[in-house]
Design a protein around this ligand. Structure first.
Ligand code: ADP
Ligand code: MG
Length: 709
């Protein structure tokens, strides 16, 4: 078995500290580390250009259209002046060519520029052109001394890199960084960057070699060569990621032992035929079957269950837990908040009240005596089901035979916490993670490629879609009138405030103002209002929540603490204040708190009059659809994958080059190729996959490769 830490794939030279590169040195080295996290030669190599400019393509100033994006011009400096004071202070230089003149403007690093720029100097200037107060200018341009390109010379695509103001001031601007990557590439040979993709893939897609791709992505010979290099490196990135996840899954499937749930027994059957209050939806049945098969195979289940809010995940959880009981095991269900755990407990205890299945609730606020009793019964095996919060993960909580652990609303639980579960039994229990944050399918497969995956893509019958509307603040009075009518009919309403400021104090003040405002519309004793927010002691939170659940209050004023899972079917209206400040998936989660009963439900998105285009788009989508998966797709388009809730911490979606939305074609290809490869050579034992195998083993960090030898 190979030891991970000694495996080397790329040549030693690439792990050299950045300061050792010619032209860097300790000072600039420190700056590169701090500003761009470039620590080694390889980091610099992976610092890809944002674009290229054709150095021989110089525009004339007179031909520049307004806001023409990035341009390159050459001219003579006519004047250099310091203008304005304090924050408006700036350095302005006039640059003139045969066709016109324009301004070059600096707000920062002024003294450095002043020293380095003179009237009469001929400069080649590059940057983003735009009009300001009617005059054409480039702010903070890249500059170099102008020497006319030889006539008839070949186009030279010069790379421009991401950089920072601090680096620019040390002559390491976006253009100057190219000198460093040029130096580096000159020093490298083909064998320093060996090929990692199997030959068949290289041929099938006509990819350039890895070495060639790196050269061409930095210093392309032509636009076409650049595109080829880019495609190869994107594919490589996605392919390696897919393969790593698939290998983890494969390894788990092959090597992990799991408790076997052989039979569907008495408890499951009795419950299913006697106490199940409704017919399961087709999707619930299908998912249950997937889970049952998975738990009966002798390997540990590690499954992600996705289902939109209200799709009935809890019932799937309960039935799966009964399967555990039928096979002589205990099961546990964990929720991220006490309120949720209590709701699950009450719901499940009610459903099981005539059955010989013993259930308990364990949270941080369980009293010491009750807790002792629970722990004892759990260890003795008297308790069948334990429902609770993180408290279930604590060390003193020992099961006699934990067979299944279910985690509800997964994104609040970290991977490390999931791992703690495994230690609670000699053979790790089956794990089912349920999430209500719909992630687009393509993304889920990428982010959770190491998990098995089930989806409930159907809502129970008879659900009325929630009517969602957008109203401006100035229409507040009529919105409140509408809520009065609903309350008149016996309904209840949520009023949600965003957490927006940096400071909790400001958020709280904001909420209090909102509360007073609502109270002015709904005076006591005719109306009663509950309030819940994150800073409230849990007991008080619980008490206020309970008053709302028991219909003692008609209105619940809350921050996003109620986002997840709360179930009050009689609540049929939700107002979301400052709705423009919420992201799509959060709006969808919040809205899922209404529309849980048989009554027609409404969601009113209140906003100020000033809206960005993106906010407007979000509101439009919310008003147009109730479909969480569709919303997730839109969210992905609007924000990019890095921001999708629940995937952020996985880090798996932060690709350097690939973009999961725009490069879907490469993602599909990568998936297909990795599946094909593992089908024929799951151990990467074939000669042609040897380089790939060593490359994967050399990728240190995140994953354990101990089983792949
Ligand atoms: P979520 O998936 O958001 O956790 P829940 O499990 O809380 O959804 O279910 C939402 C509501 O739908 C609950 O009141 C539940 O009893 C009900 N429900 C679940 N499955 C069905 C079904 N097949 N038919 C009718 N109602 C159902
Ligand atoms: Mg739920």
């Amino acid at each position: 078995m190979l030891q991970i830490c000694h495996i080397q794939f790329d040549a030693q030279i690439l792990s050299s500290p950045i300061e050792f590169l010619k032209g860097v040195g300790p000072l600039r080295g420190d700056l590169l580390k701090k500003e761009l996290q470039l620590f080694t030669f390889k980091d610099l190599l992976d610092h890809f250009p944002i674009r290229h400019i054709d150095k021989t393509m110089v525009m004339t100033i007179g031909s520049i259209q307004s806001n023409q994006d990035y341009i390159q011009v050459a001219g003579i400096i006519q004047s250099v002046q310091l203008i304005g004071q304090n924050r408006a202070k700036r350095l302005v230089a006039e640059l003139k060519d045969a066709t016109g003149s324009m301004d070059l403007v600096w707000f920062q690093g002024i003294s450095w520029i002043q020293k380095n720029i003179q009237v009469g100097q001929a400069l080649l200037v590059y940057g983003k052109a735009g009009y300001f107060n009617g005059s054409l200018q480039i702010t903070h341009p890249e500059m170099e001394t102008y020497t006319p390109a030889k006539a008839g010379g070949k186009a030279f695509l010069e790379p421009i890199y991401p950089s920072t103001e601090k680096l620019k001031a040390k002559a390491l601007g976006g253009r100057q960084l190219g000198k460093l990557s040029y130096t580096l590439l000159e020093a490298l040979q083909e064998r320093d960057l060996p090929e990692n993709l199997p030959p068949a893939i290289l041929q099938a897609y006509r990819f350039p070699s890895r070495f060639e791709a790196y050269r061409q992505i930095h210093f392309p010979q032509s636009e076409a060569a650049y595109q080829k290099a880019l495609a190869r490196l994107k594919f490589e990135e996605l392919f390696i990621a897919q393969l790593r996840l698939a290998l983890i899954k494969l390894e788990r499937h092959r090597y992990s032992r799991g408790v076997v749930f052989k039979q569907v027994g008495e408890q499951f059957n009795t419950f299913y035929h006697t106490y199940l209050p409704f017919e399961l939806t087709g999707a619930q049945k299908r998912v249950l079957k997937e889970i049952r098969q998975d738990m009966g195979q002798g390997r540990q289940m590690n499954r992600l269950l996705q289902g939109d809010v209200g799709s009935g995940k809890t019932m799937v959880a309960l039935l799966s837990m009964l399967l555990a009981v039928d096979n002589g095991f205990q099961a546990s269900l964990m929720a991220p908040t006490e309120i949720l755990a209590a709701q699950h407990y009450e719901g499940i205890a009610q459903l099981l009240k005539d059955m010989p299945v013993k259930t308990a609730l364990l949270t941080g606020s369980t009293k010491a005596a009750a807790r002792r009793k629970i722990l004892k019964e759990l260890a003795d095996g008297e308790l069948d089901l334990l429902i609770g919060t993180h408290a279930v993960l604590e060390d003193p909580v020992q099961f006699k035979q934990l067979g299944l652990a279910i985690i509800d609303e997964q994104h609040r639980f970290g991977v490390a916490q999931r791992a703690r579960l495994w230690k609670k039994a000699t053979i790790p229990p089956h794990v089912l993670v349920m999430t209500a944050t719909p992630i687009p399918r393509t993304l889920a497969m990428t982010a959770y490629g190491d998990l098995d995956y089930s989806i409930i893509d159907e809502l129970p019958p008879g659900r009325q879609p929630i009517t969602t509307v957008h109203r401006y603040d100035y229409a507040r009075a009529s919105v409140m009138d509408f809520i009065k009518e609903e309350i008149q009919k016996g309904r209840q309403a949520y009023c949600i405030f965003p957490l927006i400021e940096e400071s909790e104090k400001l958020d709280l003040e904001n909420l209090m103002r909102g509360y007073e405002n609502i109270k002015a519309f709904f005076p006591e004793p005719r109306y009663w209002i509950s309030m819940v927010h994150g800073k409230m002691p849990p007991a008080q939170k619980e008490a206020n929540m309970q008053r709302f659940i028991k219909k003692e209050t008609q209105i619940m004023v809350a921050t996003t603490v109620i986002e997840v899972g709360v179930n009050v079917p009689n609540a049929s209206v939700m107002i979301i204040e400052s709705a423009e400040k919420f992201g799509l998936s959060q709006l969808h989660q919040l809205r899922g708190r209404v529309g849980r009963g048989s009554e027609k439900s409404f969601c009113i998105l209140l906003t100020g009059a000033q809206l960005t285009n993106e906010a407007r788009e979000r509101l439009k989508i919310m008003c147009a659809t109730n479909d969480g998966f569709l919303i997730a797709e839109k969210d992905l388009e609007l924000r990019g994958p890095g921001d999708i809730e629940g995937t952020r911490q996985s880090g798996l979606l932060n690709f350097k080059l690939a973009d999961l939305v725009r490069d879907k074609q490469w993602l599909d290809a990568a998936k297909q190729e990795s599946a094909k490869l593992l089908e024929t050579d799951p151990d990467l034992a074939l000669q042609e996959n040897n380089a790939l195998k060593i490359y994967l083993q050399a990728q240190k960090g995140k994953l354990a490769w101990s089983k792949i030898s």
